[in-house]
Design a protein around this ligand. Structure first.
Ligand SMILES: NC(=O)c1ccc[n+]([C@@H]2O[C@H](COP(=O)([O-])OP(=O)(O)OC[C@H]3O[C@@H](n4cnc5c(N)ncnc54)[C@H](OP(=O)(O)O)[C@@H]3O)[C@@H](O)[C@H]2O)c1
Length: 278
């Protein structure tokens, strides 16, 4: 049966891929975006009821991160709208190893609506569609916490997992911890990107203080600097996150995508070979 599904962050890294999959299956999908009509903006709760009108299920990605001040209140308000609108299923994308995010998860789990949490580790696509892309294009990547390993997960696997839990029964009240199949540190990641793209990339390990100072000098807003520092300390430098899980295989019946496979496919798009002005 075709379902009415709202995908918040529908132009983002996971949302866009979920939309493609649901559209292909013929479901009625609404994109939650500031660019749509009705528009969805986390800063404009008054407009949320209209965006939820006629929807049965909602995929939630919060911006910029469930750990930031104000996220808990926003998630509580959104959950209330979902209750009022009779939403039958919520799927929340969360971050692995973030205490603040877990508080948001609990609000959604306690809502009385069937809820599934997908808790993800850092995405592969951060190196192709997000903050780590530009340094790669410039040829020099300087990052802190260089020795720490993370089980990078692919946004395509997250989208497959989200579609599975959105459409099928048996996932209610569950929390899935989604990781890739292998732990990699930044030096190893950049070596994978260099090999796949044929680029000569230089990796420079730096201190967190130097990284934060660099962001400030580039005029990056204070709340973004705060979030990046938080992610490097609380999330990356957290032993609980340096673990590979088998939840993707449990959910999808197949192995998660390895970083080298992601790198090979992404290299073919040419994105890592596009020069950006320094
Ligand atoms: N990236 C990771 O490694 C990672 C890992 C674990 C968990 N997560 C979680 O995943 C979520 C998404 O993070 P992401 O960085 O990967 O972003 P993303 O899904 O790529 O989302 C970017 C989208 O957010 C939308 N957006 C920005 N500000 C908004 C606002 N005020 N109201 C409504 N929409 C807004 C924009 O859509 P429009 O311009 O269309 O409005 C943009 O397309 C976050 O909650 C994050 O904590 C991320």
């Amino acid at each position: 049966m075709k379902q009415n599904i709202l995908v918040l962050g529908g132009n983002g890294k996971t949302g866009r891929r979920i939309l493609q999959r649901l559209n292909k299956l013929g479901h009625h999908v609404r994109v939650g975006s500031r660019r749509e009509t009705p528009a969805f903006d986390w800063h404009n709760p008054a407009a949320w009821p209209e965006v939820f009108d006629g929807m049965e299920k909602v995929y939630i990605t919060y911006q910029p991160d469930l750990a930031v001040p104000g996220a808990k209140e926003a998630i509580a308000a959104l959950t209330k709208v979902a209750q009022e609108k009779g939403i039958q299923k919520l799927v929340l994308l969360s971050g692995k190893g973030e205490v603040e995010a877990e508080r948001c998860e609990q609000i959604v789990l306690d809502s009385g609506i069937d809820t599934t949490i997908i808790r993800a580790s850092w995405f592969n696509q951060n190196f192709s569609e997000s903050f780590f892309l530009e340094p790669i294009q410039q040829g020099v990547v300087a990052l802190p916490k260089a020795h720490l390993k993370a089980p990078y997960v692919d946004a395509n696997d997250l989208a497959d997992a989200a579609v599975e839990v959105l459409l099928n029964e048996g996932h209610e009240g569950k929390i899935y911890e989604l990781t890739g199949p292998r732990l990699l540190n930044f030096k190893e990641v950049i070596a994978e990107v260099a090999k796949a793209s044929g680029r000569d990339l230089e990796f420079i390990p730096i201190s967190l203080e130097a990284y934060v100072e660099g962001m400030k000098q580039q005029g990056i807003p204070g709340d973004v600097v705060w979030l990046m520092e938080y992610l490097f300390t609380e999330v990356l430098d957290n032993e609980d996150n340096q673990v590979v899980t088998n939840d993707i295989e449990r959910l999808l019946g197949r192995k998660p995508t390895d970083f080298s496979e992601f790198a090979a496919k992404t290299a073919q798009t040419g994105i890592w070979n596009s020069a950006v002005p320094i």
